[in-house]
Design a protein around this ligand. Structure first.
Ligand code: SF4
Ligand code: FES
Length: 260
């Protein structure tokens, strides 16, 4: 059951259950969700939904329940539901997370669980933001292998050590949790942002690639890698555990030494 304006003193409406698995211990949890529909109103607002849910379930399960049982207009992105596609990054209790990996029991569910869209990107509707500037910054990094000369007649060989050099940054799922947690990006939407630098790192340090210098020049720009203030928000936010700040530091170092 949904309520439009949260009133701490008011009686809570009945909670609607998520289909429980046998033996589940259900708990009534309030999800406080930031709503915005540009076709209905100019301003965003908060709306509370009560859901009876096994605390071992995920925020994504609660969002599905709310959409299916209480308000079909609730809008959010999701696809794989298993932490792979990167489409359901959102701000949950003030921190960027994937809704499909955030367990309700880890979110102090005795209090309302607060769910908002990512910061720093234009909100299109409810929890959906415009990802185009984020993807454009990624495309600017030439996120593909660049080589010259004839096609090889066999695979391009690489030693385990050469492969390990960029292993961490291959894990990126382009969820934008890092970039949208960065205060520099909040204040300068032109800053390429941590995820684009991670994407560049993945190829700059690939021994088979020949465009490392070009990518370094792009990142030497005013809105490039030097805008990073080493705040570590990006590393804390990354659901893949990528050492984002370390990757940014390595790119800075490569720019200074010009050694890849
Ligand atoms: S580096 Fe991590 S947080 Fe940033 S886009 Fe990639 S997976 Fe998401
Ligand atoms: S739905 Fe794919 S990462 Fe969460």
């Amino acid at each position: 059951m949904a309520t439009a304006a949260p009133d701490p003193g008011a009686a809570q409406p009945d909670a609607v259950p998520v289909s429980p698995s046998p033996g589940a211990n259900l708990m009534a949890v309030t999800f406080r969700i930031r709503r915005f529909d540009p076709e209905a109103a100019a301003e965003a607002f908060w709306q509370d939904f009560r859901v009876e849910i096994d605390p071992k379930e995920r925020v994504l399960d609660a969002l599905h329940s709310i959409k299916g049982e209480q308000d079909g207009s609730l809008t959010f992105r999701r696809s794989c539901a298993h932490g792979i596609c990167g489409s359901d990054a959102m701000r949950i209790n003030g921190r960027n997370r994937l809704a499909c990996k955030a367990l309700v029991k880890d979110l102090s569910p005795q209090r309302p669980v607060v769910v908002e869209p990512l910061k720093g990107l234009t909100v299109l509707k409810d929890l959906v933001v415009d990802m185009e500037p984020f993807f454009q910054a990624y495309r600017d990094m030439l996120p593909f292998l660049v080589t010259s000369g004839n096609e090889p007649t066999r695979e391009r060989l690489q030693s385990p050590a050469q492969r390990a050099r960029f292993d961490d940054t291959t894990k990126c799922i382009l969820c934008a949790a890092c970039t949208s947690s960065c205060p520099v990006f909040w204040n300068d939407g032109q800053y390429f942002g941590p995820a684009a630098i991670v994407g560049a790192h993945r190829f700059i340090f690939d021994s088979r690639d020949e465009a490392g210098e070009r990518r370094l020049e792009i990142l030497n720009d005013n809105h490039g890698v030097w805008r990073c203030r080493t705040i570590f928000n990006c590393t804390d936010a990354c659901p893949r555990g990528i050492q984002v700040t370390k990757a940014i530091q390595e790119v800075k170092q490569a720019l200074v030494t010009r050694r890849l």
